[in-house]
Design a protein around this ligand. Sequence first.
Ligand SMILES: O=C(O)CCC(=O)C(=O)O
Length: 267
Amino acid sequence: MRCRISPDREPRYTNPSMGDDETTIQDKIREIQHHGYCVLRAHFAAGAIAACRDALWPGLLTHLRTPEHKPNRGPHRHYIPMPFEPPCFAPDFFFDAQALDIIRGVMDDRIVADQWGCDVPLRGSGYQVVHVDYQRPLFAEVPDLSLPPYMLVVSFGLEQVTPDRGPIEIAPGTHRIRRNEALRAVESGEIQLRPVTLDIGDVLIRHPWALHRGTPNITDTPRALATVRYVRRWYADDSREVNTIPRVVWESFTPEQKNLMRFPVGD
Ligand SMILES: O=C(O)CCC(=O)C(=O)O
């Protein structure tokens, strides 16, 4: 992780992607507020991701080959709940101090993690329709009510997300605009979709209401993008399947970590 913290300064990141030498957590918070997303380059440990990938891969390939596991996010595009057994699960994926500072800075100190899954477009996948995730408005009678963020998703590739493997594309700033207006601006090209390619260890934090779409994976490597969702504590929505945390893993958490996790716990 390329983050230095000194007592008298805000934590600072080197962020080559922005051409900056150093970027603070406050900068990242502002980026999410303004653009709807930010990327922390080379943030998660490559070893933890390799271990996660290696443990997941055989089961993932079997899952993808099983005929009853139909693509559930469009043609040749799957969402699967991620396991909580280490090393697919690593505490740093959920409890990373800088990521949590950013997420808490955008929302509040009482956030919880409530989803852990993986989006996997395969060869044959196409462009998704430009959309937002978790579309149900908080107040159905005022669907366009402008509200502060109450959820954010944190994603990282289990393989490099190169242009040919179908990176997500995001239309910056569209989480702050009325949905119809934002869709019109993207359609007309006034706001352009930006592909988010990711190296191993890069972490994408995004507001799910920034318009986005999946793009075609034209390779034979499944593009596995693992995602943790964080929500404000009062928000509940079980729209995506999640796995159970094994009791032994649950018991390994500190009280603070338990307080951050809202998942079913098994025996
Ligand atoms: O995985 C991606 O690139 C985007 C997926 C997505 O937005 C969806 O399935 O709703």
